[in-house]
Ligand binder design. Sequence first.
Ligand SMILES: *[C@@H]1O[C@H](CO)[C@@H](O)[C@H](O)[C@H]1NC(C)=O
Ligand SMILES: *[C@@H]1O[C@H](CO)[C@@H](O)[C@H](O)[C@H]1NC(C)=O
Ligand SMILES: *[C@@H]1O[C@H](CO)[C@@H](O)[C@H](O)[C@H]1NC(C)=O
Ligand SMILES: *[C@@H]1O[C@H](CO)[C@@H](O)[C@H](O)[C@H]1NC(C)=O
Ligand SMILES: *[C@@H]1O[C@H](CO)[C@@H](O)[C@H](O)[C@H]1NC(C)=O
Length: 794
Amino acid sequence: MSFPLIIFFIIILPFSTSLTFSSFNISNSPWLPSQNRILVSPQNSFSAGFQALPTSSNLFIFSIWYSNTSYNVNHNTPTIIWSANWGFPVHYSASLIITSDGELRLLNDSSRTNFWQNPPSRNFTSTKLLLQDDGNLVFGSWESFLYPTDTFLPNQNITKNTTLTSKNGKFSFIGSNNLVFQGSDSYCFYTKEFLSLWDDGRVVRNGGNPITSADFGSKHTRRLILEDDGNLRILSFYPHRRKWVVVWVALLETCQAHGLCGPGYICYSDGSTSSGYKCVCPPGFKKILDPESCVPKIPIDPENSKFLRLDYVNYSGGSTYTNLMTYSFDKCRSKCVEEQKCHGFGFKYDGSGYCVLQMNRLVNGYWSPNTEMSFYLRVHQLETDPSNFTGMSEVLDTTCPTLITFPNPYRESNKTTLNIIIVTIIFTFEIASGVLLFWTFLKKYVKYRDMVHTLGLGLFPTAGAKRFTYGEIKLATKDFSEENFIGKGGFGNVYAGVLRDGRPVAVKCLKDVQSGESGFWAEVTIIARMHHLNLVRLWGFCDEKGQRILIYEHVPNGSLDKYLFKPGLVRLEDRDSDPNTTSMSSVEQTCMLDWNIRYRIALGVARAIAYLHEECLEWVLHCDIKPENILLGDDFCPKVADFGLSKLRKKEQLVTRSNIRGTRGYMAPEWTKHEPLTSKVDVYSFGMVLLEIVTGVRNTTEGPSWMPSEEWYFPKWVFKLGIEENRMDEILDRQIKHCYDDNVHFNLISRMVKTAMWCLQERPEMRPSMGKVAKMLEGTVEIMEPPKPTLFYL
Ligand SMILES: *[C@@H]1O[C@H](CO)[C@@H](O)[C@H](O)[C@H]1NC(C)=O
Ligand SMILES: *[C@@H]1O[C@H](CO)[C@@H](O)[C@H](O)[C@H]1NC(C)=O
Ligand SMILES: *[C@@H]1O[C@H](CO)[C@@H](O)[C@H](O)[C@H]1NC(C)=O
Ligand SMILES: *[C@@H]1O[C@H](CO)[C@@H](O)[C@H](O)[C@H]1NC(C)=O
Ligand SMILES: *[C@@H]1O[C@H](CO)[C@@H](O)[C@H](O)[C@H]1NC(C)=O
């Protein structure tokens, strides 16, 4: 017999001789690993028996797995959903027995210890071990569903007493609502307990909204599992891809789990896989192995220390000082300096007063843009390492090349005194000129303070809009002159202008803005508080003489539509801006917006909208996302404009239809039905824009000559060609098709198209959240095959 054939028999024989049986009772006891017996459920959905460890064929765990071998993605190791002795593998000579007094015992060699964890109590000798079709192993009143290991199955009751533990034993899900590291260190807490995973991809919760998976509603084999990285995930099986796909995760950023990296380390997502993360030492620190951690290269001397700024880094879990609510950076810093045991502090520049000291130890460090803070790490005065956490442009090469710069820390005491001094000097002149009434001072203080700001004399507060006078705006726009007119936006005319300090601005004169005096001020303040690289900055406003004017940063390159749509293909009625301002000459021949730039634009816009939806203090719907509202800055860095104008609202409240206007072609189906409007309306509009970025075709265009015109629905057309028939090159923008290289761009573009398809689902709950969309585009979560978008009629 030839050598390969022997190997063939060695592999095949144990399987071919395995004996299936439907119940294990006292008359077929003992059950030995060598017998190759497998207990199967009546419909043969699940199997149970001894499984050899992949690392050692002599050690076994008694487990339950899916019978259908296609679920076993690593062909010879089945997907195990439960085990009786995880972490306590037994030897080849072990046995499972039912004793003469009705006890179930898993014995190793000659020892009497029962290695079956949470064993059933004594039963009648007639009791049998049975496996049900839902995957529940039953012995009398005992059932494996009550003692899950790392997996919940559909229809399994999740109670406060059922605990999931990751295979490596580090993480658990306790009380059916709390993810913890090492038994008590909580890193993710749900106020509403989980009750059960349903077949349709829903997790029903006690008195709360259900959690829904990305493929909610479709029929799949599913499981809820706590994996070794501490993240809780729902997996669905996709038969045609022979793959378990992640359809929901508890932590969007894996690094938010505690204990992934040792003390001192900074965890960051390396973006290549959905669970990928890396542990690195901060600058000034080095790795040591026992215990695995990062320690200062030069031991810290509290009398002789300095701080390194690590952007977007947070440490937690040391004995922390809770938020000290100190608005001044210097105060926050000196609080840490005073403390011998302070290892550093976190500070936010957004004017929220966030200042948290980390005492005694540095643990659970992670880097994420979502922290929106900097961590100041204490190092020795002589440390020469520069900080390499500065906006992390090398990690996130998809963000715009513009370096993220932080405003200088704002020193509150100086500013107030400085203002008062300056105002007083000016006021002294006023006194000299005869104005003596005190209330005039009060009234003028505000005006002079603003003047002081404008002249650059005072330090700008870190947040908040500046009030301009009508005179200043008139001067800046040359009295709203014809030559400064840029266009007519959705909310009124827009003029270019230059402020006295030389800043170029765009001035938007609002029409028909109804909110009252204080409402306007409050809303503008909120809009001005939103800072994101991909949002147009609001510098200030003017609310005088019945005029409502907003002053924005000027974004030089115009809006996206000018680059995407050839004038011939664009229907004029869809354009808000003056067609005369469209100049194609400069972009026509070259690959001005090449595929990489288009991808970056898409990603930037997604991130900005995600920020509006979820990350701000207030929840803001844009409601009018379209290429006209995406401006292109230096290096074609996209900036979303006109946000916050439609309606500002607090979380959980629903937008009313009045006062909102979208643009035909970009409006989600909910607008025409009597359904609540949620953030998913923006997701829909974004999906349209995404397809337009790829195809260069306006979605309302009735197919040009080279497109079929019957039953025209833009997303359906893209789906048919791009996804069903896999003829991606036929949908690509003809302007730059010649720059397309299958090897380089295919992944990028197919990710954009698939993400768009998910965004364009008719049911809002089928669409992913904007945060998810950004991750889908980034490639940090897997994108499942999207269902075909269906046609709806307006
Ligand atoms: C035990 O199970 C076997 C088959 O699995 C069956 O033939 C036998 O009758 C059962 N014995 C008892 C005591 O239930
Ligand atoms: C069972 O016995 C084997 C060999 O005798 C040993 O390697 C293994 O650790 C034992 N299992 C447990 C859980 O003690
Ligand atoms: C789950 O709980 C419900 C109600 O509490 C109960 O009716 C059902 O039988 C339980 N299912 C299982 C498998 O224990
Ligand atoms: C930052 O520098 C430290 C050493 O000073 C290094 O260990 C770490 O990997 C660097 N981090 C990144 C993100 O490059
Ligand atoms: C940073 O970590 C602290 C725990 O030390 C936590 O309270 C805080 O919310 C975190 N900050 C941010 C912005 O995530």
